[in-house]
Design a protein around this ligand. Structure first.
Ligand SMILES: [Zn+2]
Length: 114
């Protein structure tokens, strides 16, 4: 009954937009620099980095990548459940964690498929 395993085996794909909370105290953001294309991962601490504002939170940060060092000022708005409601960034763009990991991995090394 291999086909049944295939059908029921792959489930539970959650689809987070630009942030993921893999530790209880921090929120992770993934940004790509517009100028050099370098991916940057950032951690915002819920307790120390987020500013409480009108029932939600605001995160102000000037992101600097490690390749061209151009500052990318950003403001992220979150609701009380720490979910991103809107974001602004200059000099870069928000990407998903999958895109970030794909940018870190060189595309010329493809996995060997049977
Ligand atoms: Zn850059």
């Amino acid at each position: 009954m291999g086909f049944l395993k295939k059908i029921f085996g792959s489930s539970g794909q959650d689809n987070r937009p630009i942030s993921g909370s893999s530790d209880s105290q921090g929120i992770y953001f993934y940004v790509q620099c517009d100028r050099c294309g370098a991916p940057v991962r950032l951690r915002a601490d819920k307790q120390y980095d987020l500013i409480n504002e009108s029932g939600g939170y605001v995160w102000h940060k000037t992101i600097v990548d490690s390749r061209c060092f151009r500052p990318m000022p950003t403001v992220v708005y979150l609701n009380s459940a720490y979910e991103v409601t809107s974001h602004e960034i200059t000099g870069g763009r928000y990407i998903t964690r999958e895109e970030y990991e794909a940018l870190l991995t060189p595309t010329n090394t493809l996995p060997s498929e049977p």
